[in-house]
Design a protein around this ligand. Structure first.
Ligand SMILES: [Ca+2]
Ligand SMILES: [Ca+2]
Length: 220
């Protein structure tokens, strides 16, 4: 089940169209959207067989998207679920990459898939992420170093002021390890500006150049 049909048209003035196809089948339209990470949903008009791929509002990957008006008579909207290789939790999709990277590389990696480094808003989300992606990987002996993944949280701009990279939201929920962020040695915190999630779901500040697993998140 990749799509759910939206019965009630959401009230928006316009949507960003990623692509627009004429005279195609509903299945063709859905397949096209499914093949593109940046396609959030598609709109289809049965009569004219027109197909619009709609992209995530918070990503304009191509730079040449067109605005189309919603509320057009006869246009049905189909919202995409999580793509193959992505897992769902609470209305969001998550994907763990195959290779490790430093924090900037991790950020770029997620962005390529119209997603962002995980932003953790609850204890349930933290625990689900660690149980799903970190507890079952082959962990070498040093679990605190090797079985960890980047989050979008960082204090790169202002030391001690933590923000989520994609949403720019300040920290409302936190799940720090009792000794973090660098509680025992505050000087160390000055060079540790990127936050990762440990195997047990707790957070730790680390140098951004460290190589960590990459977990990306997107809504649907
Ligand atoms: Ca989240
Ligand atoms: Ca810091």
């Amino acid at each position: 089940m990749f799509y759910s049909k939206l019965e009630v048209q959401e009230t928006k003035n316009s949507s960003l169209a990623l692509f627009c196809l004429e005279r195609v089948s509903l299945i063709h339209c859905g397949g096209r959207c499914l093949a593109q990470h940046c396609c959030k949903e598609f709109m289809y008009h049965k009569g004219s067989m027109r197909c619009f791929g709609i992209q995530f509002e918070d990503f304009d990957s191509t730079g040449n998207t067109k605005l189309i008006r919603t509320g057009n008579e006869g246009l049905s909207t189909y919202r995409k679920g999580c793509e193959t290789g992505w897992l769902e939790f609470n209305g969001h999709c998550y994907h763990k990459g195959q290779t490790k990277g430093n924090w900037s590389e991790a950020k770029v990696e997620c962005r390529k898939m119209c997603s962002y480094l995980i932003e953790i808003e609850s204890k349930e989300e933290a625990e689900w992420i660690s149980a799903t992606f970190l507890e079952n990987v082959n962990c070498p002996a040093v679990k605190r170093v090797d079985c960890t993944a980047w989050t979008g949280l960082n204090d790169l701009d202002i030391e001690g002021t933590y923000v989520w990279e994609h949403s720019k939201a300040p920290l409302t929920f936190s799940n720090w390890h009792p000794r973090d962020p660098s509680v025992d040695n505050p000087n160390m915190a000055l060079t540790r500006d990127c936050i990762d999630i440990l195997r047990e779901g707790l957070w730790n500040d680390r140098q951004c150049s460290h190589l960590n697993w990459v977990i990306c998140e997107k809504s649907f």
